[in-house]
Design a protein around this ligand. Sequence first.
Ligand SMILES: NC(=O)c1ccc[n+]([C@@H]2O[C@H](COP(=O)([O-])OP(=O)(O)OC[C@H]3O[C@@H](n4cnc5c(N)ncnc54)[C@H](O)[C@@H]3O)[C@@H](O)[C@H]2O)c1
Ligand SMILES: O=P(O)(O)OC[C@H](O)CO
Length: 331
Amino acid sequence: MSRAAVIGAGAWGTAFAKMLAEAGADVTMWARRESVVASIRDHHLNESALPGLKLPERITATGDVAEAVAGAEIVAIAVPSQTLRGNLAEWAPAFEADSTIVSLMKGIELGTTKRMSQVIVETARVEPARVVVVSGPNLAPEIAAEQPAATVVAGTDHDRCRAVQHAIALPYMRPYTSEDVVGCELGGAVKNVIALAYGMAAAMKLGDNTKASLITRGLAETARLGVALGADPLTFAGLAGLGDLVATCSSPLSRNRTFGEQLGLGKTLEQAQTAARQTAEGVKSCLAIRDLARAHAVEVPITEQVERVCHEGVDPRVAVKLLMGREIKPE
Ligand SMILES: NC(=O)c1ccc[n+]([C@@H]2O[C@H](COP(=O)([O-])OP(=O)(O)OC[C@H]3O[C@@H](n4cnc5c(N)ncnc54)[C@H](O)[C@@H]3O)[C@@H](O)[C@H]2O)c1
Ligand SMILES: O=P(O)(O)OC[C@H](O)CO
């Protein structure tokens, strides 16, 4: 693979571009802000996303999507989940005919309850086989610092998965392939919601039993919903399930966990949003995941309570009481 494009120059887009470049590709990033374009192109820095990180010389940047994707065999997309549809309608016509489109996003679309790969297929009008999902315990600052990690490359076209796997295989990144697109996307989206709950619990000084119970029952509701949507239950025991859930809940680097902490400290949604400078996908996705679960008659009690805290102003302490007061039943 010689040319790749990364659309979105936030923390993950930038760390992913670095991986592609270090694995051998010439990478062009698309950034919204001209100052970010100039900084990446002229100084190989993206201070607003990953301060102090020197990017490889093989990465350049542009504010023109058509220029970014020209000749790119891989087009990786890392914009906020809720803006993807609007963005793609404008961008997709410029994509090379047989390019592989890599979704790096971990969210579910509000209103439609679609997964990101579904939004890509619909909006870019591409065959599902052209879309590959990368998801796993991948906190961008740690990947940028080259701390060893692993991830999952999921798609229905094995050759495309293998190509993406090779395009990011590095001494510090071990990518595994999977055919379970639904499971990987569900794992990535729901863990953000559970991390919000975990952050609230941490801020309320609840102990390790509480946190372990949240992770375990959070994984149970993720798997229940995933299986109802056709996912392989084993995916949730893997990197894109338990792996990402543990990383996101336990890391102070997680924007979702940090956002949850703000809510647990008694901040309102607006106050927490003002404090958060980057995308915390779970805040919006909790609404879509709740709706998706209701449509499939699947119980997602933690997600329901996170949605109430975020969007109905329920006190997190009341949410804990409601969760604990539910009817007792078999595990
Ligand atoms: N940060 C991580 O550690 C990480 C790791 C894995 C996956 N992800 C996922 O990757 C996706 C992107 O996350 P990120 O960390 O790069 O977020 P970020 O907030 O750091 O960056 C988002 C980027 O999208 C751009 N953007 C914002 N609004 C836009 C709009 N309306 N149109 C086009 N571009 C817009 C921003 O300018 C920014 O460059 C999310 O779905 C996230 O869950 C993040
Ligand atoms: O910072 P977060 O909460 O968006 O999580 C980042 C990654 O998804 C962790 O794998």
